[in-house]
Design a binder for this molecule. Sequence first.
Ligand code: FDA
Length: 319
Amino acid sequence: MLRAFLLYLSNAVWARNIVTHWRIARRMACRFVAGDTFEDALKAIYKLNEKGFYTTLDNLGENVISSEEALKATDAYIEIFQRLHDEGVKSSCSVKLSQLGLELDYDLCLSNMRCIATHAAEFGTLVRIDMEDSSTVDRTIQIYHTLRAEDITNIGLAIQSYLRRSEEDVLSLLEDGTRIRLCKGAYNEPPEVAFPQKRDVDASYDRITAHMIDGSQAHGSEPASVDGKIPPIAAIGTHDSKRIGFAREYAKSVGLPKEALEFQMLYGIRSDLQEALQAEGYPVRVYVPFGTEWYPYFMRRLAERPANLWFFITALVRG
Ligand code: FDA
């Protein structure tokens, strides 16, 4: 109930207009967002790279309302690849198709994504397409397939274990060695589309993890590139130690080398777990968001964990 309400607020313009003016909200968002500017993100990436982590950079923004905004976001990513290359950091990028105009014009979005991926390819960088709400999944997968058919291979997809369709999607995507980041899913979905119970989401997560690990074996356990710009086929995006435990055990049982199983977590969440996995020899990638469009991302993080909300409310009341 609370989760659904917070996710509703994440899309409500009136709520955004109020919350983004609260200084305390901005301060709390800093826990999850590296800062407003690319330079802020770069500082965070340097620190993470120094500790041995890879990163994936997200230039925050979603659901743009004009083609100009979509083109601006595309140009921003193109500049980012150059800057990441110039700085010599170990980072890939993540992008949301609604930021590139998916809800405005499919062809515009496809063309923007093509442009981003081809520029990223010049620097040997993977671009991971984040998965948004369920209404976007077919179009997202279609754009991915269209670009793959054009021999653009430096792209990957995020898949959500809460969707009933995802296991089938993953089996089909693995046939061509798609680099998948598995996450649980962060949007508000009806029960016909997504498992309402956490135990079913978790069970689906483990089943899909097993498919991804088997798929990695079938494709020769491709490791992450040494410069951290291309992750392996199987990326486990969660902070849930049980899911992580399952992935490690299953990979071990089938003999998948550690470097072919990447763990991914969000900036500011479970750094202890990030460090432990890295110390064990697994590649660990931190998702680093930056930018002024932090509101929906921040609200999704609140929705995931009621304790965050109580912390927020207490801070708000205290002033
Ligand atoms: P779960 O919610 O069960 O949490 C497990 C534990 O992690 C909690 O007990 C707590 O300790 C910690 N934790 C989780 N969330 C926290 C929070 N917000 N604050 C503090 N602690 C928290 N979703 C999506 O729909 N599309 C996408 O493309 C992506 N991309 C993505 C990339 C990466 C690298 C990650 C890690 C996650 C995503 N997500 C996503 C978000 C994902 O779907 C999910 O909402 C969150 O990861 C929270 O779920 P967990 O898997 O962590 O499990």
